[in-house]
Design a protein around this ligand. Structure first.
Ligand SMILES: Nc1ncnc2c1ncn2[C@@H]1O[C@H](COP(=O)(O)OP(=O)(O)OP(=O)(O)O)[C@@H](O)[C@H]1O
Ligand SMILES: Nc1ccn([C@H]2C[C@H](O)[C@@H](COP(=O)(O)O)O2)c(=O)n1
Length: 213
């Protein structure tokens, strides 16, 4: 069983996926963390973010691994945990460039498809490209202002600066961002986190919602 939850930046994908995954008793898989890890490795190595060959060498040589858990995903490069460094402003700024490289996308997709099912997968193209045969698909949206207000609770920048950065990243990610035709689109603006989780759980096919493994 695979449930996909795609959406724009900071729309609540990981928080909602974690809640849905815990309710179903399965892990969730954050594809964005692998793109973030690729960007971090490139930044740390001083590689150009557009240099596909250099980024792929770093990915192949780093022992990069996603640990998908229902409570939160962790990313490892060999024995070093990258997770705490993946949501910095510099990674936010660089990640779209790395994620636009076809070879990097193919590398990430292969990692995701090799993971043991069942799980909830979140990102941009989980329902369209990576898991087109998923049993249930969702797509989260909210206005840039709402997303910036939420993000401002966890970042030092002010709301207008966060909103501008989110809008820029939406624009850069647009090629990857579009709802699957069979996804339920949810505007999370008027809903709290638990409200979004409940909309998704109530929309799952009866036999999926009742599954715990
Ligand atoms: N419906 C909601 N109501 C209120 N706050 C929310 C809601 N959904 C998410 N949040 C909060 O918004 C922030 C961003 O959520 P989250 O990190 O889950 O988004 P994301 O889509 O995974 O982000 P990113 O694209 O940057 O990885 C978090 O602080 C989260 O708690
Ligand atoms: N399936 C995916 C997941 C993520 N990306 C890119 C686009 C984002 O800017 C970046 C970070 O993702 P986030 O943590 O915001 O979910 O990675 C993508 O292209 N495809």
């Amino acid at each position: 069983m695979i449930v996909t939850i795609d959406g724009v930046a900071a729309s609540g994908k990981s928080s909602v996926s974690s809640g849905v995954a815990r309710a179903l008793g399965v892990p969730y898989v954050s594809s964005g963390l692998l793109y973030r890890a690729a960007a971090l490795l490139a930044l740390e190595a001083g590689a150009a973010l557009e240099d596909e060959a250099a980024v792929l060498v770093l990915l192949e040589g780093s022992g990069l691994r996603l640990e998908p858990l229902a409570e939160g995903n962790r990313v490892w490069a060999g024995g070093r945990e990258l997770t705490p460094d993946l949501h910095s402003t510099r990674v936010d700024k660089g990640v779209s460039a790395v994620a636009s490289l076809p070879g990097v996308r193919a590398w990430v997709d292969a990692q995701l498809r090799a993971l043991p099912q069942p799980f909830v997968a979140e990102g941009r193209d989980m329902g369209t490209n990576v898991f087109p045969h998923a049993q249930a698909k969702f797509y989260l949206t909210a206005s840039p202002r709402v997303r910036a207000e939420r993000r401002a609770r966890e970042r030092p920048e002010d709301i207008p600066a966060i909103e501008a950065a989110l809008t820029k990243r939406d624009e850069a990610d647009r090629r990857q961002i579009s709802p699957a035709v069979d996804a339920l689109v949810i505007d999370t603006g008027p809903l709290d986190l638990q409200g979004v989780i409940e909309v998704i759980l109530s929309a799952l096919p009866e036999h999926e919602a009742g599954r715990t493994s």
